[in-house]
Design a binder for this molecule. Structure first.
Ligand code: ATP
Ligand code: MG
Length: 271
C-alpha cells in the first residue's frame, strides 16, 4: 500500500472559559482544559493510483487526518507510512512527493502575482528550470490560468484561485495529492471543470488522490471507493454504491443539479 494508517489517534487540548459573568476573570486565573478527541484510532490503506473519497460531518476528523498524512501534525499514537516514510519524521523528503490543497486556506502569497508564488515553489522543491517550464506550461494550459499569472492572488475569484492552487500543488509532479474541500464555494461550471481535471490527472499520471468534500456530486463523479469518518472513527470503507445500499436503499431518484446549473451558466457565458 502506498498510504498506510494504523490506529492513528489525535486529540487536542482546548481552553474553555468558565461560564457566567465572572468567567472572563476566572478564565484568566485558571484555565479550564478540555480534551477533544479528533481521531480515535483510524486505520486504512490506499493503493497507488486510487482516487478515494473521504467524507463525514463537520468536525469528524477529516482535515486532521489530512494534516497528519501531509506531515503538518504529529499524531499522539498509531502508525502512518506513506511511500515508506513517516510523514512527520521525514518531512522534507515526504513533502517533495505529495501535493496538498486546502480549499479553505490559500497556500499562495496573497499580495504577489501568482507566478511569483510558483517561482518560490520551484526553488523550494528544487525543480530543474527546463522541467519547471514544461510542467508550468502544461498545467497552465489544462487549468486555463495563463491570463491570471501576473495577477495578485487577492484579486482572483475563488474559482480562479482554486485552479492556481492546483497548479501550485502539482508543479513538482507529486505522486499523491491530498484535496481538502477543493470545490468549496465553487460555482457549478468551475466544479465540473475541476472534477474533469482531477479525473484526467489521476488517469494520465496515475496520481493517487484522497478527496475530502461535502459535495456528494464530487464523490459520485470521481470516486469508486469512499471512506466515511464520524466522531474520529472510520464508519465505512467501500464502494459508493454499497454506502447507498446500507444507508438509503429507498433513495433512487437523483437529479444532477450541478450539471443542470452548469449548462445554464454556460448559456449565460459566465466563465
Ligand atoms: N488545532 C486544533 N485545536 C483544537 N481542536 C481542534 C484543532 N483542529 C481540530 N480540532 C478539533 O478536532 C475535531 C476534528 O476537526 P477536523 O478539522 O479534523 O474536522 P473535519 O472533519 O475536517 O470537519 P469539517 O468538515 O468542518 O472541515 C473537531 O472537534 C475540531 O474542533
Ligand atoms: Mg475540514
Amino acid at each position: 500500500m502506498q498510504i498506510e494508517l494504523r490506529d492513528i489517534r489525535k486529540s487536542f487540548k482546548v481552553y474553555k472559559r468558565p461560564e457566567g459573568k465572572w468567567g472572563l476573570l476566572r478564565g484568566a486565573l485558571m484555565r479550564n482544559v478540555e480534551v477533544v478527541e479528533a481521531l480515535s484510532g483510524i486505520s486504512f490503506g490506499i493503493a497507488e493510483g486510487e482516487l478515494v473519497g473521504y467524507i463525514g460531518p463537520n468536525g469528524a476528523g477529516k482535515s486532521t487526518s489530512v494534516k497528519i498524512m501531509s506531515g503538518i501534525l504529529t499524531p499522539d499514537g498509531g502508525e502512518c507510512r506513506i511511500m515508506g516514510r513517516v510523514p512527520w519524521k521525514e518531512r522534507t523528503a515526504h513533502v517533495s512527493r505529495i501535493g496538498v490543497v486546502f480549499g479553505q486556506r490559500s497556500q499562495l502569497w496573497w499580495d504577489v502575482p501568482v507566478e511569483d508564488s510558483f517561482d518560490v515553489l520551484r526553488d523550494i522543491y528544487g525543480i530543474a528550470p527546463g522541467d519547471y517550464r514544461t510542467r508550468l506550461a502544461e498545467l497552465t494550459a489544462t487549468l486555463d490560468v495563463g491570463a491570471l499569472l501576473r495577477t495578485p492572488v487577492r484579486q482572483l475569484s475563488l474559482g480562479q484561485r482554486m485552479r492556481c492552487e492546483l497548479v501550485a500543488a502539482l508543479l513538482h509532479r507529486p505522486q499523491i495529492l491530498f484535496l481538502d474541500e477543493p470545490t468549496i464555494g465553487l460555482d457549478a461550471v468551475s466544479k465540473l471543470a475541476l472534477r474533469s481535471f482531477l479525473k484526467e490527472e489521476n488517469r494520465k499520471h496515475g496520481v493517487t488522490m484522497l478527496l475530502t468534500t461535502h459535495d456528494m456530486d464530487d464523490i459520485e463523479a470521481l470516486c469508486e471507493r469512499v471512506m466515511v469518518i464520524g466522531h474520529g472513527q472510520l464508519l465505512y470503507d467501500g464502494q459508493l454504491a454499497g454506502l447507498q445500499t446500507k444507508y438509503a436503499p429507498e433513495v433512487t431518484l437523483k437529479v444532477n443539479t450541478d450539471a443542470m446549473i452548469a449548462a445554464m451558466y454556460n448559456d449565460l457565458a459566465l466563465t
